[in-house]
Design a protein around this ligand. Structure first.
Ligand SMILES: Cc1cc2nc3c(=O)[nH]c(=O)nc-3n(C[C@H](O)[C@H](O)[C@H](O)COP(=O)(O)OP(=O)(O)OC[C@H]3O[C@@H](n4cnc5c(N)ncnc54)[C@H](O)[C@@H]3O)c2cc1C
Length: 324
């Protein structure tokens, strides 16, 4: 160990939910550690979501360790400030050894085993390092963005806040994943003239057969599937999430319905040259694929219900025959 180098068994890089959850378990097991957070514990929810943002996942699913959702709307969807309060409440519940505004800039092997970690102005020696730096840290800005006339206002979804911040005139939303589809609705409700480049994101219905689809998928143990057991294996990490919303109690985001109400739908944006946007001829395929995924999810729920019904018929029969 060199002079001024501090030593600790575990360093956690990132103080979002994942890093803080890890810290909760280490606190419980009394393992000494420190969490370095480049910004603040809630910053991704606080600084990178639009004003009308709300969760797509139902409140009951918010189960940080030792800190389950305790509100009176388990099947509702927290809005931005409620999510921030919930995460802050988690931090307050166990006061983790959290160092905010301290970015980890280097991790290398330490000559005496473990890792040499540079955090802010300090050098640390840790036996174990947990990387919990998140999956959405770097905004993906396509190359053609730089070819767009600087007079045209551009904003990435993580910096979008509300319709009023955009200059007057029509808006082109590029991308129809969860963010794109929800931002289209946000702008649509503010009566903006809109165009949407539809990509290959799948969609899912909010409710099916009287329940939230997330409730069905939870019963089907879909969320217990690990990457190793997922049919796509590592590809599961890059899979685009299905578009749907929790806004105002939750509903579908059906892009064809937006088109009927005046939103211009286009295929994926290929490039912008000489102020002309060029779209791939994939709009119909992308919409059809999204609908097919939605229909397939419903079929898998139907099959699950049929299996469960058969099982309960069998056990009722066994009970009736006294052979349970
Ligand atoms: C638009 C959008 C909508 C979403 N909606 C939902 C939803 O409805 N339901 C749901 O369950 N999930 C949703 N998610 C996903 C959810 O935000 C993430 O799954 C969750 O934030 C992951 O937590 P995390 O701790 O892994 O990462 P993050 O919350 O991103 O935290 C990572 C932290 O690491 C810090 N960090 C990064 N690099 C360093 C470094 N070098 N040194 C120190 N600190 C560092 C960052 O500052 C950050 O605070 C959404 C995500 C987005 C982008």
């Amino acid at each position: 160990m060199t002079q001024n180098e501090k030593s600790i068994p575990v360093i956690i890089v990132g103080g979002g939910q994942a890093g803080l959850s890890m810290s909760w378990y280490l606190c419980r097991e009394k393992v000494e550690h420190i969490v370095f957070e480049a910004k603040t514990a809630c910053h991704s929810w606080d600084d990178e979501r639009w004003d009308n943002f709300c969760l797509v996942t139902p409140n009951w699913q918010c189960e940080l360790p030792g800190h389950p959702y305790k509100g009176n709307d388990p099947h509702g969807f927290m809005v931005k400030q409620e999510i921030i309060d919930y995460v802050k409440g988690f931090v307050d519940s166990f006061t983790p050894p959290l160092r905010e505004h301290t970015a980890v800039t280097s991790i290398t092997r330490h000559q005496s085993g473990g890792y040499r970690v540079v955090a802010g102005q300090e050098v640390w020696h840790a036996q174990h390092v947990v990387i919990a730096s998140g999956a959405y840290q770097d905004a993906v800005i396509p190359g053609y963005a730089s070819a767009i006339d600087p007079a045209i206002y551009q904003v990435h979804s993580q910096d979008y806040r509300n319709a009023a911040e955009l200059p007057e005139g029509a808006v082109l939303v590029v991308g129809s994943g969860q963010s794109g589809a929800q931002i289209v609705e946000d702008l649509f409700l503010e009566k903006r003239k809109l165009h949407l480049c539809v990509g290959s994101a799948p969609r899912v219905s909010r409710f099916y057969r009287g329940r939230d689809v997330v409730d069905w998928l939870a019963d089907m143990h879909f969320y217990d599937l690990t990457v190793d057991n997922h049919p796509l294996r590592d590809g599961a990490r890059d899979k685009t999430n299905h578009y749907v919303t929790g806004r105002n109690g939750g509903h579908d985001l059906d892009l064809r319905l937006f088109a009927q109400k005046g939103v211009g739908l286009h295929g994926s944006l290929e490039n912008i040259r000489d102020e002309v946007a060029h779209f791939a001829p994939d709009l119909k395929d992308n919409l059809d694929d999204a609908d097919k995924t939605n229909a397939d999810i419903k079929k898998s729920i139907d099959a699950y219900i049929a299996r469960e019904d058969q099982c309960s018929d069998r056990s009722t029969l066994r009970a009736g025959m006294g052979t349970q």
